[in-house]
Design a protein around this ligand. Structure first.
Ligand SMILES: NC(=O)c1ccc[n+]([C@@H]2O[C@H](COP(=O)([O-])OP(=O)(O)OC[C@H]3O[C@@H](n4cnc5c(N)ncnc54)[C@H](O)[C@@H]3O)[C@@H](O)[C@H]2O)c1
Length: 248
């Protein structure tokens, strides 16, 4: 019960890595707001956990929507101890100059602007309480980019720099900020990274992961739980690879 008594928000919590983080947090004693643009899926997942979870529809790229999410979480839980910025999207693999402006804007608003908006609406109460943990779900692509995902990778590189900047600014206030860098994982988003889900493309991706398998939502739940728990109270500003050795 490493998160007993803590309240968390997990954005993009209805699917993939986010859902893995939600499951682990609840197993470790936290209460969790599952905040997702797919409100139905968020509510459906929350139903599995009774009073420990609450489904909430949010668009993390919109100020009013994030403001309403923060207000609802504070009203429900009294305080928010943990914020996981996990919601993310990608453009399809493509030459950098062929990515449409609409796709570029979508990637930046969901992956980048959301970190600013959640900080705007949740950091003040963390500072006031003198504690809190924020976790940004970035990517190995932010450290070691693959070709044809340039703007997605750059959004994750931004997230890693934001993590370090937030960490140094918030350390004196008792708020820790870390990131995890997942390698390609078995989630609905994987197909979008691969372009097409064929045995050949899978084999090419797997060949770059020394441990020899894709990552899983459980891997991310375990890493997220550690970094957001008091066991990691001396750890801030790290972007931890959860990547089976890919970035070595
Ligand atoms: N799957 C991978 O291979 C991989 C690798 C590295 C990093 N990541 C990152 O992990 C995170 C989770 O990805 P995943 O693979 O679990 O994907 P996923 O598509 O399974 O889940 C993403 C969730 O985010 C939600 N979402 C999308 N836009 C949103 C918005 N504007 N507001 C609120 N919610 C929104 C979706 O509805 C979905 O439930 C993302 O940030 C992604 O970039 C994934």
């Amino acid at each position: 019960m490493r998160l007993e008594g803590k309240a968390a928000i997990v954005t993009g919590g209805a699917s993939g890595f986010g859902a893995g983080i939600v499951r682990k947090f609840i197993a470790e004693g936290a209460r969790v707001m599952i905040a997702d643009i797919n409100g139905q899926a968020a509510t459906a997942l929350a139903r599995e956990f009774g009073d420990a979870a609450l489904g909430w529809r949010v668009d993390v790229s919109k100020d009013e929507s994030v403001s309403a999410m923060a207000k609802a979480a504070l009203e429900t839980f009294g305080a928010v101890d943990i914020l996981v910025n996990n919601a993310g999207v990608t453009h399809l693999p493509s030459a950098m100059e062929d990515v449409s402006e609409a796709d570029f804007d979508r990637v930046i608003s969901v992956n980048v602007k959301s970190v600013y908006l959640t900080a705007k609406h949740l950091v003040p109460q963390m500072k006031a309480r003198g504690k809190g943990a924020i976790l940004n779900v970035a990517s190995t692509g932010g450290v070691s980019p693959r070709p044809r995902l340039s703007w997605y990778n750059a959004s994750k590189g931004w997230m890693i720099t934001a993590t370090r900047g937030m960490a140094i600014e918030l350390a004196p206030a008792g708020v820790r900020v870390n990131a995890i860098n997942p390698v390609a994982g078995e989630t609905p988003l994987l197909k979008s990274f691969m372009g097409e889900d064929t045995p050949e493309v899978r084999a090419r991706f797997l060949a770059s992961i020394p441990i020899g398998r894709f990552s899983t939502p459980e891997d991310m739940g375990n890493a997220a739980c550690f970094l957001c728990s008091d066991e990691a109270s001396m750890i801030t500003g790290v972007a931890m690879e959860v990547d089976g050795g890919r970035c070595i």
